[in-house]
Structure formats: C-alpha cells, structure tokens
Design a protein around this ligand. Structure first.
Ligand code: EPZ
Length: 458
C-alpha cells in the first residue's frame, strides 16, 4: 500500500473526499424539489471511530483501523494523537465507493503507530475543539500512570459535565486534580472496582471500560451504555487481549490484564448517517438504497419511520436499507421521545423534527438526553415551519410546503436537519456555518449530489 501521506490540498474541491479545500467554503446552497434516487455507501461511524482511535494508546505498536470516516473530528483526534507522539497515516487507495471520483487517493484505512508516544499532555486547543478527545485521559493514565488533559467545556447542545468520568476513574485509583483548566490524573497502580453510572453515559462507559482493561483485578460497570459503538469498542479491546464480558448489556465486566496488543480493526457503519439519509428521502421523496450499513442498529428508528408512512425494506445480511416515498406523499405525524440505546437516538432528533415539519398533522418530539438540543427549531421556522418548543418538547404542526431561506447552522446534527429540510423547501436554502456539519459527516453534500440533490458548496 502506498504510505505516501496524501496532501489534502492536492484534491480539488469537487472531489467527494473531505479535504482542506472545503474549509474555504462555509455555505451549502440547496435547491428543493429534486427527488433522491440511487445508491449510497454509508461511512464508518464517527462515534465508533473516535473511542477506537483513543484505545490505540493502550498498547504500543502498529494498528490498522479500516473504514475510518474522513471527517473533521477524526482529523482533530489524529492531530492530538500525533502531538502525543503517535504516527498516523492514511493508507491511500483508490476510492471505489459509490459516487466517489475513482482513483482519487481517499482511502479509509488509517495506520497508527503508538510505539513512540512520549507525551501525556494533551494540547488544550485540540481537546476544546473536539470533546471526545477527553477519552485519551484514561488510556494515557493506564499506560503511563499519568495524564494531563484539558477539562472539556460545554458545547452548543448542553453543559456536558464529566462527573461520571471523574467518579469512575477515582474509583479505579486515580488521583484527580483540576488546575488551570486541566485535569491532571496520576496513579501508582490502578485497581478494578464496582462502578454504578447514574446515567448510561456513552463516553463515560467507553472511558472507564478502556481504562479498566489494564487495572489489577475485576471492574464491573453497572447501568452501562448499550450503544453499538460501545459494544464495538469492547470487541476491539477483546481482540487486543482484554477480557470483557456483558458487551451490549447494562452490566459490563472487565478482568484486568497486564498488557494489550495492537490489532487491525474495522469501524462499524454510522447509524446516524444512515438515519439522516433515510429522513432526507422522507423529505425529498425518491428511492434510495443505503449500503454498507447495519439495519439492526436502527430498529427503533425504522419502526418510527414506518409509522410515518415511509416505505423501508431492510436486508441485514447484505447490510442494506431501501427507503422510498412518492414525491408528493405527505407523511403521517408521529410522536417520539429520545432515549439511550436501544431507544430513539438523540442524534437523529433534529433530523426527525425537520421531516415532521412537512407531515400531515401534529407531532410531539421530546428530547430527554440534552438540555439544549432544539436550536434547529428557530432556523426551521425561517423556512415557515410551524414549531413551538415547550420545556423539553417540540410541537410540530406539519405543512405541505416550506419556502427556502438563508439559515445558520448551530451544531452538528442541527446543521444536517437544515440541509435535509432544504431538500423539501420550495426555492433556495442557504445553510451557513457548515463547519459544524463537516465535523460529523463525511461528504454529506457530495453524497446527496450523487443521488440527485441540487446542492452546492459555496
Ligand atoms: C455521546 O456523547 C455521543 N458522542 C453523542 O453524539 C451522543 O449524542 C450521546 O453520546 C448520547 O447518545 C460520542 O460518542 C463522541 P452522554 P456523550 O455522556 O457520551 C450527561 C453527535 O452528535 N452526563 O451519553 O458525551 C450528559 O450531560 C454527538 O455525534 C453527565 O451528567 O453523551 C447528557 O445529559 C453529540 N455526566 C447525558 O449524560 C457525565 O459525566 C448523556 O450524555 C457524562 C454525561
């Protein structure tokens, strides 16, 4: 494989790869009215890739992470691992994926050599740019006995405390000090413990599970998160030599081991990207087959979407989902409450709210996970959507037609909801501040264009 590190600038802006050229463009212009037709490859899951990359710190050697999505949050974490001394290289290979421009060096296999990690001090700017970087704290502590990482701040959707992470690491024997905005942790030796999470926090479960693999003795995490990304991380750790049981349940048991070994690991498909495209078809109409995905990760979502009248066919063996809807068919309203997996995911709440803005009745969408995740509502109202927010619920009165308008993205999933709303609005919708979007989607505009959407990056 060609290990030449690809110079992102070499790829011109029209390719489907995420690259620096996109930084120069901060707006997507969407013209509504085109149905979505064709096939799309789903990328690797952002929220699986991020903890998987952090887990490479636990062992020194060469990892090959396949199906790694090329998006900004992954690029940020690569910068962080490199700043610690790891060597990260994309394995360039012709991009055969659907809609990609062939022979564009745009591989998705990332080679990481962690043998020379020499620093345990994560740079503030990188951690503040991407909260999940905080997950390097435990692995650095487990491998080196010390770590210093900026305390992640809040973000657009909520205060995002890390008290579960703190309580868990302290239970494993860490000494935790906050100084000048940094968390400094030390431990002479880490010992397994019984931990109960007050809420099934995804990254707290991942953080404590990773750290516990190198503790002496047994750790039990009660009320653990059951998300597929947590289960995939645990399976990778087991492939590295960890001894973890109960993955996918709310009780995870980790028997500590002395050391772990590097592995080749394939990142699972992105269920949130999959759901986003399903709802795009719900808004624009058409007939799209999503490939390289896992229908079983989306049971709650598929059940709800079928209630709206969207036609959905799944093929678990083929890893495919077909979504289709006649262009002018009005979808039924539906009530949804977000909850931890296997419930309806909060990361698809904004996209569903956008889809229900076009439905034939009144829907109530309740957000139970984050305290400030309705920032897309004000922007959807600019399209003429009839939505009001009461406490943690959005009451959405569907309308047959919305009208394009200039909109401003506020956070990652809100930006996706505005883009897909534009697919169904009459006229032009300009979505500004799309750097939020590029954090968590690989080539969303390029993929939508490949199935017929009239969308340009400006
Ligand atoms: C993960 O965030 C995801 N991020 C989020 O995806 C996702 O929305 C969230 O899980 C819920 O599914 C990654 O996996 C990188 P939580 P995480 O800890 O782990 C509270 C996206 O758009 N809490 O499960 O940070 C917290 O305030 C992102 O891709 C504490 O109180 O979420 C929230 O109310 C957004 N103390 C609730 O738990 C803690 O120590 C759930 O948060 C930790 C969390």
């Amino acid at each position: 494989m060609n290990n030449r590190r690809r110079n992102e600038k070499e790829i011109d802006k029209d390719t489907l790869c995420v690259n620096d050229a996109q930084d120069a463009h901060n707006m997507l212009l969407v013209r509504g009215g085109s149905p979505l037709i064709g096939e799309l490859e789903i990328s690797g899951a952002k929220n699986a890739a991020l903890p998987v990359l952090c887990a490479t710190i636990l062992s020194n050697g060469i990892f090959e992470i396949e199906n790694c999505p090329r998006l900004k949050d992954v690029f940020t974490l690569i910068e962080l691992l490199s700043s610690l001394g790891a060597r990260c290289e994309w394995q360039d290979e012709p991009d055969e994926r659907q809609g990609a421009i062939t022979n564009t060096p745009c591989g998705t296999t990332l080679k990481i050599n962690t043998a020379n990690i020499a620093s345990q001090d994560a740079p503030s700017e990188l951690v503040r740019r991407m909260r999940a970087s905080f997950l390097v704290l435990g692995p650095l502590l487990a491998r080196f006995g010390i770590a210093r990482v900026p305390l992640p701040g809040g973000c657009e959707i909520g205060s995002r405390p890390v008290n579960f992470h703190e309580a868990g690491l302290k239970a494993l024997g860490a000494r935790w000090h906050v100084k000048e905005g940094f968390v400094e942790v030390t431990a002479r030796r880490l010992k397994g413990a019984d931990i109960v999470l007050d809420f099934p926090s995804v990254t707290a479960t991942e953080h404590l599970m990773m750290t516990a693999t190198l503790c002496e003795g047994k750790t039990i995490i009660e009320n653990a998160a059951r998300e597929p990304e947590v289960e995939d991380l645990g399976q990778m750790l087991n492939a590295m030599g960890a001894r973890i049981e109960g993955l996918g349940t709310s009780k995870i048991m980790i028997q500590g081991v002395k050391r772990l070994s590097p592995v080749r690991w394939r990142v699972i498909p992105d269920r949130i990207e999959t759901g986003t495209f399903m709802m795009a078809v719900g808004i624009a109409g058409g007939d799209v087959t999503l490939k390289g995905t896992m229908p079983s990760y989306l049971d709650a979502v598929i059940t709800k979407l079928r209630l709206t009248g969207l036609d959905i066919e799944t093929d678990e063996n083929a890893g495919a989902i077909r979504v289709f809807k006649k262009r002018h068919k009005r979808l039924n309203p539906v009530d949804v409450t977000t909850s931890p997996y296997p419930g309806f995911p909060t990361d698809l709440q904004a996209q569903l709210t956008a889809m229900m803005a076009f439905s034939s009745g009144v829907s109530v969408v309740t957000e139970q996970i984050f305290e400030n995740r309705f920032r897309h509502v004000d922007e959807l109202r600019r399209l003429g959507a009839d939505i009001r927010v009461e406490h943690r619920s959005a009451i959405i009165k569907g309308k047959e037609m919305l009208t394009g308008a200039p909109l401003t993205a506020t956070d990652l999933r809100a930006s996706a909801s505005l883009v897909i709303a534009g697919l169904g609005a009459d006229g032009e919708t300009a979505v500004f501040d799309i750097h939020h979007l590029d954090r968590g989607y690989e080539r969303l505009d390029g993929k939508l264009r490949a199935i017929g959407a009239d969308i340009d990056r400006r």
